[in-house]
Design a protein. Structure first.
Length: 64
């Protein structure tokens, strides 16, 4: 299974952070995560993965 966020190399040799769930580039804090250096894209992806992980932890358990 693919991870939700992946890095895509653009024809310009810059990187985009791609959201596989929405099937589009990520917009984070009103910024399109495209046209980035590889280091910037990797750092942004790591932040997104941490945010996703923390949101899962914060969800209350379903009441039975």
């Amino acid at each position: 299974m693919k991870q939700r966020f992946e890095l895509v190399l653009e024809p310009t040799d810059l990187w985009t952070v791609w959201d596989n769930e929405l099937d589009e580039p990520v917009v984070f804090a009103d910024r399109l995560l495209a046209g980035l250096s590889k280091g910037e894209a990797e750092a942004a992806r790591q932040i997104l993965l941490e945010v996703k992980k923390n949101r899962k932890k914060e969800k209350p358990a379903d009441a039975a």
